[in-house]
Design a protein around this ligand. Sequence first.
Ligand SMILES: *[C@@H]1O[C@H](CO)[C@@H](O)[C@H](O)[C@H]1NC(C)=O
Ligand SMILES: *[C@@H]1O[C@H](CO)[C@@H](O)[C@H](O)[C@H]1NC(C)=O
Ligand SMILES: *[C@@H]1O[C@H](CO)[C@@H](O)[C@H](O)[C@H]1NC(C)=O
Ligand SMILES: *[C@@H]1O[C@H](CO)[C@@H](O)[C@H](O)[C@H]1NC(C)=O
Ligand SMILES: *[C@@H]1O[C@H](CO)[C@@H](O)[C@H](O)[C@H]1NC(C)=O
Ligand SMILES: *[C@@H]1O[C@H](CO)[C@@H](O)[C@H](O)[C@H]1NC(C)=O
Ligand SMILES: *[C@@H]1O[C@H](CO)[C@@H](O)[C@H](O)[C@H]1NC(C)=O
Length: 801
Amino acid sequence: MASPLNYIFLASFLLFSLCPSPSFALKKSYVVYMGGHSHGPEITAEDLDRATNLHHELLGSYMGSHERAKEAIFYSYTRHINGFAAILEEEEAKEISKHPEVVSVFLNRARKLHTTRSWEFLGLERDGNIGIASAWKKARFGEDTIIANLDTGVWPESQSFNDEGFGPVPSKWRGSCENNTKAGVLCNKKLIGAKFFDKGYTAAVGKRPSESPSARDDDGHGSHTLSTAGGGFVPGANVLGFGNGTAKGGSPKARVAAYKVCWQETQQGGCYVADILAAIEAAIHDGADVLSMSIGGSPEDYLSDPIALGSFHAIQKGIVVVGSAGNDGPAPETASNLAPWILTVGASTIDRSFTTYVALGSKKHFKGESLTKKALPKESFYPLIDAASANLPNVSSGQSNICQANTLDPEKVKGKILLCVRGVTERLDKGKEAARAGAVGMILANDVASQNEILADPHVLPAAHISYSDGKEVFSYIGSTKYPYAYLTRSRTELGTKPAPAVAAFSSRGPNVISPVILKPDITAPGVNIIAAFSEAVSTPFNVESGTSMSCPHVSGIAGLLKTLHPDWSPAAIKSAIMTSAKSRDNNGKPISNEIEEKATPFDYGAGHVRPNRAMDPGLVYDLNKTDYLNFLCAIYKKPSEIAKFANEPFNCSKSFNAVDFNYPSFTVPNLNGTVTLTRRVKNVGSPNVTYNAVVRSPPQISVTVEPKILKFEKTLEEKEFKVTLKAERAGAADYVFGSLLWTDEKHYVRSPIVVNPAFALKKSYVVYLGGHCHGPEITAADLDRATNSHYELLGSYMGR
Ligand SMILES: *[C@@H]1O[C@H](CO)[C@@H](O)[C@H](O)[C@H]1NC(C)=O
Ligand SMILES: *[C@@H]1O[C@H](CO)[C@@H](O)[C@H](O)[C@H]1NC(C)=O
Ligand SMILES: *[C@@H]1O[C@H](CO)[C@@H](O)[C@H](O)[C@H]1NC(C)=O
Ligand SMILES: *[C@@H]1O[C@H](CO)[C@@H](O)[C@H](O)[C@H]1NC(C)=O
Ligand SMILES: *[C@@H]1O[C@H](CO)[C@@H](O)[C@H](O)[C@H]1NC(C)=O
Ligand SMILES: *[C@@H]1O[C@H](CO)[C@@H](O)[C@H](O)[C@H]1NC(C)=O
Ligand SMILES: *[C@@H]1O[C@H](CO)[C@@H](O)[C@H](O)[C@H]1NC(C)=O
């Protein structure tokens, strides 16, 4: 997991740069975003020249010369995205942002990078599951869908990208492999594109990346994500013998293309926004069908977020864009990639674990995980020591407690099992320190922040990663006896573990901090201990990784299947199909939980856990077109002129459009003030002559009415509108509550979460004093009735009834 360190660094750097510098003007690289182009449907060489010239002229008018502008610009985005990346002085950047053609100017800063068993768990290998054929068969394994991945590149020799049995490259493909050599990336009929983008990195860092100029993956992350989305079948894939099985991607017969935008730097933070935009532009041009981006950063306004901006152009070309939610959970409001046109994916566990048990001298047992091939030398108990008590004389027990490098005293540790606490340093490095000090095994206990999040790592010594609460018990056992001892069992691959899925503690959470009216994440998918291809520059051919980086390409692969099966569906329809068919229960039949011992909510998993077989035949979809997106942008930005630039055509913002009416497959009202009515429309993508009924599960204290309650479709592709009215029944519940709306014809189950915060339903009790009554001296029952009625009438004249 990447740390937020690089952001903190950036933020302070920005502050620093605001101070006037007397000696020289500080230059930095920026992206100048100008919306879309008005090229015709066939983009010509003249179009491109004109666009480039326009950029030179615009910048030249600020720099005083065309030539200087040419020198400063290192990317001209001329095909789909309109804008350029250039080295500018801060003052220049500020001035340019006021130009009428310019939508936004933002710093070229870094974003960070945020599988064998997982597909069986998703039911893709099961046939006839409740009469639903496997999506793989149905969608011909994603045949000829093209999946583009923005990441650290690709290890082309990986068996996952072997092209045996693949026919000619689809004729619509315009991509290629840069540095198409054995040392670079040699393309084939499976891996059909490989490009690298490092000008943004170079401009921001001041030197080229140390890696060689090609899309070759020197890190492993990109090969892992690309093979998860579209890798072919590779039998006998395993990591040190664990999880042995056939590795494959979500769309095993898809073609894949790697766009290398992330370069090695501290903390994997080397994905620069100017490079990301250039790669998205290239992927659109090359003819990708699905764009997978396991990249993110802190949530940002769409107008300065390169992933949001680039994706907006991609979806207009029919490309499905899938992004990772981030690994900054379990705190709320951490999700990134928040634009409503991105399919944002959280991460959850699968029903496989790499189990090792911790046995204590007190006869207590705890279940842990590890990928260590080594077992303890003898099947017997060993002395147990906690690392806080095993510190070297020159270090504090606080440092040794977390098993930081060079903090443990071999005199105290040798021959023992060592209890280390998670946090601050890398988990694998703690194992190395334990081994250095001569420990025979390590128990790695979670700190309070990581709770029940257990990850299987290939430690250098026998090890068991255990939960926070189990760790506390081990500590109290150590404190309870003079001679504590323990044993660790050999780690084994276990399938069918329960409960699964559970939302991973690290998975970033909603609410959406940019537009609270859009629920994020949209969906959750497998992202814990996933086995997929890796870079042989750093490890074995396959490796285990965890993160929303891993769950994102699972959904990209499923989107690829949908593209093969329904080539004419819009990105929004594919997104809707994936969301409304998701499930909210685990393999115990209970509501999905999370790793912090709570019932998960839509802020953890969005619409639920992805269910590919059902997504292939969703029944109804909530579709969206360009007008819908533009109206949404108008509603949140209230700047019609900027929106017109986005649209690259004259566009009048609809004044009456309210963002809650955006045709999203989930319903979110962040501030329910009394009553609100949401409008939606659904399109029948199933057979004609079907009748759907609404089934509502109301959030607590909220009344939900749907009008009409029955939708009859005579034709396929027919659209029907309906309204959902939410009313806060009682005041006071100033927090989010959750429910759902399900449309069903008894064959399809089209489910959307309802997420409401009645925080603003601030009703209170008041006394209305009207003076005295004019009853006679004897007050009669009729007097009382008359008075009561007059009160009803008076108040009714304000409330309408
Ligand atoms: C091609 O890529 C390889 C390996 O990444 C690198 O060593 C070589 O310099 C590159 N060649 C060119 C012409 O950029
Ligand atoms: C993995 O499984 C295959 C097929 O069942 C078998 O041939 C191979 O030896 C196994 N590999 C390991 C390392 O267990
Ligand atoms: C403590 O001293 C040892 C040598 O005895 C040294 O190797 C180690 O780096 C020191 N640790 C710290 C944190 O200063
Ligand atoms: C988009 O959909 C809306 C609602 O169905 C429709 O009124 C509008 O004409 C559509 N716009 C385009 C550009 O297709
Ligand atoms: C926008 O509104 C103006 C004024 O009502 C009208 O003249 C123009 O045709 C409209 N443009 C579009 C694209 O609808
Ligand atoms: C649907 O129902 C209508 C009217 O009942 C009928 O005319 C039509 O043939 C039916 N269509 C199909 C495909 O069954
Ligand atoms: C709620 O609605 C009422 C009436 O429409 C309005 O006066 C009040 O300001 C609203 N409260 C909030 C917090 O928006």
